[in-house]
Design a protein around this ligand. Structure first.
Ligand code: TYM
Length: 350
């Protein structure tokens, strides 16, 4: 059975990239799937150890999930540290994964910067905790933005190495199923994880520079639309967004070499659940002076209700805390089922 898992870090403000690349997809997927959505607080201490208001940050991500339409009764919403099995499996994966694999991760290289020797060991091991998040539930589908693709490939590598290294034990204890990975038939305990990255805005770019990813760490607030921005701020940021002087093309091919135009068209398409083709069929030939106000209206109409509901939820932290606590209990029970088997496969006494 398909099982969806994804996580969002409680660091800084959520922005339109997080919403379109991840959270909006979480909402769509819950219609037909069993879903688990996690606020990954353990990950948030890898780059920066001490946070001014970590509880508030954790609650605001949970509030964003719920305000966007995730149903915490039907699905599971919780924070990672409430389920110690994530960290336990991550330790095991630290022993499965190779240092060379971790050193190749572009996110590690970016975040560690030049002084790599001085990065936390947790930052290097980050992807192994991410693999554990997913595989402790043996989840099969992971909706994320394009920037997480490499981490999900690593998740597949870790699962595969575990499956192969422990193949005999997995069989002996009667666990796992026969699957084909690549060309090889193997007896697998952990399933191969499918990333769900598609859609018109898998990588939302900065509003100031169409070649840079929209990110929480960009010093310019004009570069991103935050989920908590009010309507005027959203309109202002879209009005000031960098563009080229030409009219919009009528075909997607015409966006080649025009990163800012492509980004805004992708955002419009994602916010209206359509394709870039359809957006250009409507706006092809129009100037940005026409397209930008239409985009601003659309962005405000989608985001304002979410912002309003987030604020409302944040007014009552005990409500959010109850949701997270209940979600944590349900997640723990499911994670423990996997860990009992994993401990047995490895040979730990329990
Ligand atoms: P995080 O917290 O940086 O981002 C949360 C989600 O937002 C997506 N995203 C974007 N999508 C499109 N355009 C952008 N500019 C943009 N910026 C961010 C991210 O791809 C992500 O889906 N490592 C993860 C958190 C994580 C996780 C997991 C995800 C931990 N464990 C297990 C999936 C499964 C991260 O740092 O996301």
């Amino acid at each position: 059975n398909p099982l969806v898992f994804s996580g969002v870090q409680p660091t800084g403000n959520l922005h339109l990239g997080n919403y379109l690349g991840a959270i909006r997809k979480f909402v769509a997927l819950q219609e037909n799937n069993d879903c688990i959505y996690c606020v990954v607080d353990l990950h948030s201490i890898t780059a920066q150890l001490v946070h001014e208001d970590l509880p508030g940050q954790i609650r605001s991500i949970a509030a964003a999930f719920i305000a966007s339409g995730i149903d915490p009764e039907k699905h599971i919403v919780f924070n990672q540290s409430a389920v110690p099995q994530h960290a336990e499996l991550a330790w095991i994966f630290n022993c499965v994964a190779r240092i060379g694999w971790m050193n190749r991760m572009t996110q590690f290289k970016d975040k560690a910067g030049k002084d790599r020797e001085n990065a936390s060991l947790g930052l290097l091991a980050y992807p192994s905790l991410m693999a554990a998040d997913i595989l402790v539930y043996r989840a099969t589908h992971v909706p994320v933005g394009d920037d997480q693709k490499q981490h999900l490939e690593l998740t597949r590598d870790i699962a595969q190495k575990f499956n192969i290294d422990f193949m005999e034990q997995i069989r002996r204890h009667g666990y796992g199923v026969d699957i084909i990975v690549g060309e090889e038939p193997i007896h697998a305990y952990f399933p191969p994880v499918e990333p769900l990255i598609g859609g018109p805005a898998p990588r939302v770019m900065s509003l100031r520079d169409g070649t840079k990813k929209m990110s929480k760490s960009d010093p310019s607030d004009l570069s991103r639309i935050n989920l908590m921005d009010d309507a005027d701020t959203i309109s202002k940021k879209i009005r000031k967004a960098k563009t080229d002087p030409d009219a919009l093309p009528s075909e997607v091919d015409g966006l080649a070499g025009r990163p800012e135009a492509e980004n805004l068209v992708g955002i419009y398409a994602a916010l209206s659940d359509t394709s870039k083709e359809k957006v250009l069929a409507e706006f092809g030939g129009q100037q940005f002076s026409v397209f930008k106000p239409a985009l601003a209206d659309l962005a405000v109409s989608v985001l304002s209700p979410i912002t309003g509901e987030m604020r409302h939820l944040m007014d009552d932290p005990t409500h959010i805390d109850t949701i997270l606590r209940k979600g944590g209990e349900r997640a723990r029970a499911r994670a423990e089922e996997t860990m009992r088997e994993v401990r047995e496969i490895i040979g730990f006494l329990q």
